[in-house]
Design a protein around this ligand. Structure first.
Ligand SMILES: [Zn+2]
Length: 254
């Protein structure tokens, strides 16, 4: 079951000029653009994955982004966090990201929260969004986001990467498996710092952004109940059917 698209916001002439190339996509049209303009998307972290998600959503004309990310730009961010710049090293990651997003799309409305997702802020962040895209590297953040998205009935796009691999699935509360169905516990080997190329986070982030665009506009079929797994080392893709876990403490009642 797809979500109800967000309330459309009428386009003006400048909108039509900017997003003209998307209107002719079958199943999208000006109506799809109106839904994107009326939409609010929460992106958890704007690093390697989330920065690309935010950039693509800003390019596509999503009206509002809710962005949460703490900390300052470090030199080691720059191989993959493409919203960050060398000049911004030592200054706020989020401020740098918002500046770059607005350079691309000055019409974008941004709610920027200089915190990572936690139990304390997650309810307020999810409440601001029609769709959530989770790109956080830590399972404690991902589990908090998953719980809250299920509780509020908000679709959640899960994007993950490691080395040359990436995975994407879309959680529709009450319909598909949730993150806790797939991972009852955090994987024991998971570390905060992991090997990755920016081109891998870019590829996975673009797929995640497209999932959000589809959910918001009713275009196509989301990766619901399916996980797309890509290994760019030999460029093999796999589509894995995933199932709800009976008695899942997060989504069994949803
Ligand atoms: Zn579940």
């Amino acid at each position: 079951m797809m979500m109800e698209p967000p309330s459309p916001r009428p386009l003006d002439d400048a909108d039509r000029t900017i997003w003209d190339w998307q209107f002719s996509v079958p199943g999208f049209g000006e109506r799809g653009q109106e839904h994107l303009k009326g939409a609010s998307v929460m992106v958890s972290r704007v690093g390697g994955l989330g920065g690309i998600v935010a950039y693509e959503l800003a390019a596509a004309g999503v009206g509002r982004l809710v962005l949460a990310h703490a900390g300052d730009v470090k030199p080691s961010d720059l191989n993959r966090q493409l919203l960050m710049t060398h000049d911004a090293i030592g200054t706020s990651r989020l401020a740098c990201a918002v500046h770059r997003l607005k350079e691309l799309n000055p019409r974008l409305d941004v709610l920027a929260v200089e915190e990572n997702v936690s139990d304390a802020n997650v309810a307020g962040l999810v409440a601001e969004a029609d769709v959530v895209v989770d790109c956080a590297p830590l399972f404690v953040e991902r589990f908090a986001m998953n719980r809250e998205a299920i509780r509020q009935g908000k679709p959640l796009v899960e994007c993950a990467m490691y080395e040359l691999q990436g995975q994407v699935t879309t959680v529709l509360p009450g319909t598909t498996p949730c993150l806790a169905c797939l991972y009852p516990e955090p994987p024991p080997a998971w570390k905060r710092e992991f090997p990755v190329f920016g081109a891998v986070s870019g590829a996975i982030g673009c797929i995640g952004a497209m999932e959000a665009i589809k959910l918001l506009s009713g275009l196509g079929e989301p990766l619901a109940g399916r996980m797309l797994s890509i290994d760019l080392r030999d460029v093999r893709t796999q589509e894995i059917q995933i199932h709800r876990r009976p008695g899942c403490p997060v989504c069994a009642e949803a």
